[in-house]
Ligand binder design. Structure first.
Ligand code: WT7
Length: 646
């Protein structure tokens, strides 16, 4: 690597940063050697109704498996994100909302946020929601989504936000899994000038699973069906509700939310995060990684349907009294300059987005960026997938005018917040590397047998000790939690990611080692897409793998074996894509469907995905060992067919 590939810390940034490199080194040691003292000190950044005396109580061992942080502490998340800021910042902006249509925007002060959260909380209570009950949210990126999340937190209900791009079937599955009796939705959402029929999707989902109540927020005013006795007009209920609602004191280990995420097998898992540890991690990492200070405008472009939106649009940002920008739209509507126009319009200080969006914008050239001033920006961030160095440099040179640091943040739904990321005042940057672990994050790179590897190496990325923001269980299936993350390499949390550590101790994520895809920064299980395909009447069998995609990072490549009496056709190909969209949602749409008369299997019937991946990548000269195949001719057929279909 050439010297020019190192971007040193700007001394001016280091001088004013929350953590410079000496502070980072000291914090690494303190968090490792005296975790109780260190995290007890950090915990003071939150307001507790009862400050914890027990800090960390963790074992990753099978015989005594448990993860508890701040276990005798008591606090309320909504109090920390809203009420405690009222004394000094009641009239400052908590949320800037930028609608899909550039003419639509709004500013919500902390006082207004308080009132809205209280009203929503009272509407939930008057509809029978109690502490511990699960509430499903299926909302567009509008302030009501934040009100609803914080309202649940205020009364101790557990929210499960389902991304508005998921299908009615996916929504039904998530409602059923967590047993929620109430859904909060909107009439419609807007994205890129199109309407998203949220309420109609809820109606469809509720043909499969029953709930008592659907609270409907009016957003577009579009026509919707109405079920008397079940559906509640939010605006009417909120107007009748009190603008005051007490905060429920919660134990630090009480659940805060469930968020479903895809794994390599089975249905999506309900990742459960708790109150104290999660909020501390969200708040502390938002402050440290983005070097945030109050008064700055913080824009994380993620939807609240994903963990990034939970942690950095809502909880981490608001816990730090940030002005958080919530964007309903997409990067290319009305045109490809939208992000930078919004930056100028709202004087955004910190901008945090996904590599896939940057790669798509990069293709449009520099002019749409240069046409905006971007003078307000002082820090850039990325998340969700590895950023290729080319995109990193474009982000730095063109968007950042060569003057802005980029924080590449590696984390997962399971981790609650960033774990590997540069600190702007402490860490020299290398394009494409998420750099180094935060204090309290103990990484290990292991070989296939789980042996830790030292020095500059590549292997599986494990975490050997707990951090406060770690997930606590898979909702309703604690055994699955243990089996998924702690059984591959006993005594360690296995991330599922491959990783290289270089000679300077920098970490480079190489991608998933399991059957999980990362499509445009969205996580998809190959098994889920396969079962959607197989549920089509004409399909006998399907195998899905990822392949490199210029914009999406990974694309979805599906091998489909049709029933004996069915002929392949373009119409059928389109029908299968539509079927997957209906079953899961547009984000799971196959990019390529290859008809496969047979799939490569071992003699015991296991599909050899390694070979399918190679064919999808068009890397057919190095298929590796095929001697265990039951029928090697299947592979020749697939290679030949691929060549013909390209
Ligand atoms: C997977 C987690 C983190 C919130 C959004 C995604 C990949 C995430 C990076 C990064 C390389 C990354 C990993 C991880 N990933 N951030 N900065 N560099 N890879 O959360 O849906 O739970 O997906 O996304 O493969 O395991 P998620």
């Amino acid at each position: 690597m050439s010297k020019s590939d190192l971007y040193p810390v700007d001394p001016a940034i280091a001088a004013r940063a929350h953590m410079d490199s000496a502070a980072y080194d000291a914090a690494r040691v303190a968090a490792r050697e005296e975790p109780d003292r260190y995290w007890s000190e950090v915990a003071k950044r939150l307001d507790w109704s009862r400050f914890p005396t027990k800090i960390k109580d963790v074992s990753f061992d099978k015989a005594d498996f448990h993860i508890r942080w701040f276990e005798d502490g008591e606090l309320n998340v909504a109090y920390n994100c809203v009420d405690r800021h009222l004394a000094e910042r009641a009239n400052e902006t908590a949320i800037i909302w930028e609608g899909d249509d550039p003419a639509d925007d709004a500013r919500i002060t902390f006082a207004e946020l308080h009132e809205q959260v209280c009203r929503m909380a009272n509407v939930l209570k008057s509809n029978g929601v109690k502490k511990g009950d699960r509430v499903t949210l299926y909302l567009p990126m509008i302030p009501a989504a934040a009100y609803a999340m914080l309202a649940c937190a205020r009364i101790g209900a557990v929210h499960s936000v389902v991304f508005g791009g998921f299908s009615p079937d996916s929504l039904a599955g998530r409602i059923e899994d967590c047993g929620s009796r109430i859904v909060i939705t909107a009439d419609e959402g807007r994205r890129g000038g199109k309407k998203v029929p949220l309420k109609a999707n809820v109606d469809e989902a509720l043909k499969k699973v029953a709930v008592d109540t659907v609270i409907v927020v009016s957003h577009t005013g579009g026509a919707i069906d109405w079920v008397e006795g079940r559906d509640v007009r939010y605006e009417e209920a909120a107007a009748a509700a009190s603008p005051e609602c007490p905060c429920e004191p919660m134990n630090a280990e009480d659940p805060l939310f469930i968020l479903y995420t895809s794994g390599s097998t089975g249905k999506p898992k309900g990742v459960l995060h708790t109150t104290g540890g999660y909020l501390l991690w969200a708040s502390w990492t938002q402050a440290m990684v983005f070097d945030y200070r109050p008064g700055e405008v913080f824009w994380c472009t993620a939807d609240v349907g994903w963990v990034t939106g939970h942690t950095y649009v809502v909880y981490g940002a608001l816990a730090n009294a940030a002005t958080t920008l919530m964007f309903e739209g997409v990067p290319n509507y009305p045109d490809v300059s939208r992000f930078w126009q919004v930056v100028d319009k709202h004087k955004v200080d910190i901008f945090y987005t996904a590599p896939t969006a940057l790669r798509a914008l990069m293709r449009e050239g520099d002019e749409p960026v240069k046409s905006a001033s971007r003078k307000s920006l002082r820090l850039l961030g990325t998340v969700g997938e590895p950023i290729n160095p080319e995109a990193w440099r474009w982000y730095h040179e063109v968007v950042g005018d060569g003057r802005l640091p980029i924080v590449d943040t590696w984390w997962q739904t399971e981790t609650g917040g960033a774990l590997i990321a540069p600190l702007p005042g402490a860490t020299d940057l290398k394009p494409g590397s998420a750099t180094k672990p935060l204090p309290g994050v103990e990484l290990e790179i292991v070989d296939a047998e789980g042996r830790p590897l030292e020095g500059a190496v590549e292997g599986g990325l494990c975490i050997t000790d707990s951090w406060p923001g770690q997930m606590r269980t898979v909702y309703g299936d604690h055994q699955r939690f243990f089996d998924t993350y702690f059984s591959t390499y006993p005594g360690k949390y296995f991330t599922g990611d491959g990783c290289r550590r270089d000679e300077d101790g920098y970490y480079w994520i190489t991608g998933r080692l399991d059957d999980v895809l990362n499509v445009s920064g969205h996580r998809m299980g190959t098994a889920e897409i396969e079962s959607a395909l197989v549920s089509h009447d004409d399909v006998a069998e399907a195998a899905v793998v990822g392949f490199p995609h210029d914009i999406k990072g990974q694309g979805v490549y599906a091998y489909v074996t049709l029933n004996a009496d069915v002929q392949p056709s373009e119409d059928l190909r389109r029908a299968l894509v539509a079927h997957v969209r209906k079953e899961i949602g547009p984000i799971a749409s196959p990019d390529v469907i290859q008809w496969a008369p047979g799939l490569p299997k071992t003699r015991s019937g296991k599909i050899m995905r390694r070979i399918l991946r190679k064919i999808a990548e068009n890397d057919v000269t190095s298929l590796g060992d095929t001697s265990t195949l039951a029928d090697p001719s299947v592979v020749d057929d697939l290679v030949r067919n691929r060549a013909q279909s390209q």
